[in-house]
Design a protein around this ligand. Structure first.
Ligand SMILES: *Cc1c(COP(=O)(O)O)cnc(C)c1O
Length: 413
């Protein structure tokens, strides 16, 4: 069914996710990794339960960081033992909910965080396996979003680990089960990704030597890339597997026998290219020589973090979908023009792109923004200005698997 027909049937704006693409992304990543490496899916990128279900069926586990993501993971079929709980500000209430759901593995970011996990576990008569998240003192390789090497709310400063180890190892209700290093998102190329993993693996091995830290589970974090809101293909990592095997053989030779067990994490790479945002041109106007194309989708449904000065899309690729009939394809050709692409919200911050090259658009045209499967809805200001959330539909091939819309409670009592 064309995107325009989907919009006619289910409304606009509309997120369309394709499970075949989720499966392909997962299988490509698995094939790029050494055998036996676990993939954690970071639900932050897209917590839709059908997406989680598809990934779980292919062997992925879940990485979550809130009770909302816990609910989504459980709705997707993940069981407690398949879930890793992360985050620098786990509250007592969240820990209680996660422990009650059977989640037993936690990434902890400080001694106090570890103690909080231990207190909640002890209150339930259970023991939580804890990965020490480490904020490495050395800068890693190249980076896009860096989260280590500097002061940070994330992780335990690596240079303090040796001194802290006796206290860390003695927290009731917890067992130190491994290490978690997550230092890179969206690596710019495969060489950067490999260099970062090399840094991570050698750091973990060095810390184990220097501090006696036990490592049953070595969570190497992520960095797997994906195109975002622009046309383009998900990278396929042809050289990563061999490089990882070499560095693991060198630094943690027991890994082939599962000691340590090795894991990676990914959000955007697994689900970025499964999704598109289908939306509609509401108005086209000129102001002082500049053209504005106003969509029914703004930072309330897409890329809302750009309003906070982050992730500002440099360009937004659009393909017209030919009114209500067959697709006319994505090649705007000679009619190309440059315009400012904005949403419908009453804020000057509701800008999806400046100087975006667009086909000639008229009110009522249905347009598609590609590669919006990760950090689409979840990175948006969905409550801002009170518009309804977009409908989300999930396809498997031509079959419609699910149609849903997040509802907000508008009753103020
Ligand atoms: C956000 C996050 C991820 C996922 O990042 P992507 O760039 O989407 O792959 C993985 N691990 C942790 C701990 C995260 O916070």
């Amino acid at each position: 069914m064309t995107r325009a027909r989907l919009a006619a049937r289910f409304g606009s704006p509309l997120y369309v996710y394709d499970l075949d693409r989720v499966a392909a992304a997962h299988d490509d990543l698995k094939a790029a990794l050494p055998d036996g490496v676990t993939v954690f899916f970071s639900l932050k990128a897209n917590p839709h339960p059908e997406i989680g279900r598809a990934l779980r069926e292919r062997g992925a586990r879940a990485e979550i960081s809130s009770t909302g993501e816990l609910d989504a993971a459980l709705a997707a079929g993940f069981t407690g033992p398949e879930i890793l709980y992360t985050g620098p500000g786990k509250t007592g209430g969240e820990l209680a909910a996660a422990l009650d759901a059977g989640v037993r593995v936690y990434s902890v970011e400080s001694l106090t965080d570890l103690r909080n996990v231990g207190a909640a576990a002890t209150a339930r008569g259970v023991v939580a396996d804890c990965l020490l998240r480490v904020n490495s003192v050395e800068a890693g390789a190249t980076t896009s979003i860096r989260m280590t090497g500097a002061p940070s709310q994330f992780g335990i400063d690596s240079e303090t680990l040796a001194d802290l180890m006796p206290e860390l190892a003695a927290v009731p209700g917890t067992r130190l089960a491994g290490v978690h290093l997550f230092s890179l998102s969206n690596a710019k190329d495969e060489q950067s990704l490999i260099a970062e993993f090399r840094h991570t693996v050698s750091t973990a091995a060095r810390l184990r030597r220097e501090t006696g830290m036990p490592i049953e589970l070595l969570d190497l974090g992520g960095g797997f890339a994906a195109p975002y809101l622009t046309p383009g293909d998900r990278p396929v990592y042809g050289g990563l597997g061999a490089a990882l095997e070499d560095m693991l053989d060198e630094h943690v030779p027991g890994w082939r026998g599962g000691a340590p067990h090795v894991a990676v994490e990914s959000g955007r790479h697994l689900v970025g290219d499964c999704g598109e945002l289908v939306c509609t041109v509401v108005n086209v106007k000129e102001s002082r020589g500049r053209k504005f194309v106003i969509l029914d989708a703004g930072i309330n449904v897409l890329g809302g973090m750009s309003g906070l000065g982050r992730l500002l899309p440099i360009s937004v690729g659009l393909t017209t979908d030919g009114g209500t009939d067959e697709s006319t394809g994505g090649d705007p050709g000679e009619t190309d023009e440059t315009a400012t692409l904005v949403g419908p919200l009453c804020t000057p911050g509701d800008i999806l792109g400046r100087n975006v090259r667009l086909p000639e658009l008229r009110p009522g045209d249905v347009v598609t923004i590609p590669n919006a499967g990760a950090y689409g809805m979840t990175a948006s200001l969905v409550m801002f200005l009170g518009r309804p959330a977009p409908t989300e539909i999930v396809l498997a091939g031509d079959a419609i698997v699910s149609v849903s819309r997040v509802e907000f409670n508008r009753k103020y009592e």
